[in-house]
Write a protein that binds this ligand. Structure first.
Ligand code: SAM
Length: 256
């Protein structure tokens, strides 16, 4: 076991943080960058400090989990979801159960909530929005964003579903009321069941091939029959047929 592996082992054992499923080169680079910024010489010293300094540990988790997100991220794909897949899902079930897995600061689940409010306002929909990082979850729950979001949300939707808040915007209760925010570790916690739609985008890219494969099987089982998994723009599932998925076009995978 080399010093990096030992560091991961200590993180898991003493601080209950398991990074073993993440790709090593990127993870190692991010950890080393933070150590350099903090002027920490080796992993042994780092693990000791992380154990003592709660605020630093939170910063560490935040740093390694990469929380970048956007409203309507890759708009063409959201348009395909809205125009092609949503009508089919709604025809099967007018009250959709949706899971935004790795929701970060909430842009993804609020995007989905806006689409539902526009396209299927009468349904009793429920969105479960989960992330392993409690700090981003708290931000998602608050639903407060800077003025910059205006460039990513169609003007009409921004006016309808957000209120002005200081220099930025806050998501309205109408969106929030259908979303449940919850801490969930994809690598450890049980998956929910009978989902109509699972949105997991730009999360698995950080995981090893082996971990990804296990997750895709679990997503498959978390969907109900005819349910759809919506992935990120760089996340094609090579073994989708082997798992049992039918392709619903690029980045959309359906459980038969
Ligand atoms: C780049 S963001 C993606 C946000 C959003 N899905 C999007 O596409 O804009 C990746 C998110 O995955 C979360 N994440 C990383 N490892 C995770 C795990 N093991 N379980 C759940 N979420 C995880 C991170 O905390 C982060 O918020």
């Amino acid at each position: 076991m080399d010093s990096y592996e030992l560091f991961l082992e200590h993180l898991r054992k003493y601080l209950d943080l398991d990074l073993t499923g993440y790709k090593r080169p990127q993870m190692e680079r991010r950890i080393n960058t933070l150590m350099r910024t903090l002027n920490i010489g080796d992993y042994e010293q780092f693990i000791e400090i992380l154990g003592k300094d709660k605020a630093l540990f939170v910063r560490f988790v935040n740093h390694v989990t990469i929380n970048v997100s956007e409203f309507f991220r890759n708009p063409t794909q959201w348009r395909i979801l809205e125009d092609q897949h949503l009508p089919v899902l709604l025809a099967q079930n007018p009250n959709l159960k949706i899971w935004s897995a790795g929701c970060s600061t909430g842009e993804e689940c609020y995007t989905m909530a806006m689409i539902l409010a526009e396209k299927a306002p009468r349904g009793q929909h429920a969105i479960l929005a989960t992330d392993v990082d409690n700090q981003v979850l708290a931000k998602a729950q608050a639903g407060v964003y800077t003025a910059k979001i205006a460039s990513g949300i169609p003007q009409g939707l921004l006016q309808k579903y957000f209120t002005l808040s200081g220099d930025g915007y806050q998501a309205k209760q109408e969106l929030k009321k259908i979303i449940t925010f919850k801490h969930h570790n994809l690598l450890r916690d049980p998956f929910p069941e009978q989902m109509d739609l699972i949105i997991c985008r730009n999360v698995v890219i950080y995981f090893t091939e082996e971990t990804k494969s296990i997750l895709y099987y679990k997503f498959f089982r978390a969907l109900r029959s005819k349910g759809i998994l919506f992935t990120g723009s760089t996340e094609q599932i090579i073994q989708s047929r082997e798992i049992g998925f039918e392709s619903g076009g690029v980045f959309f995978y359906q459980r038969p």
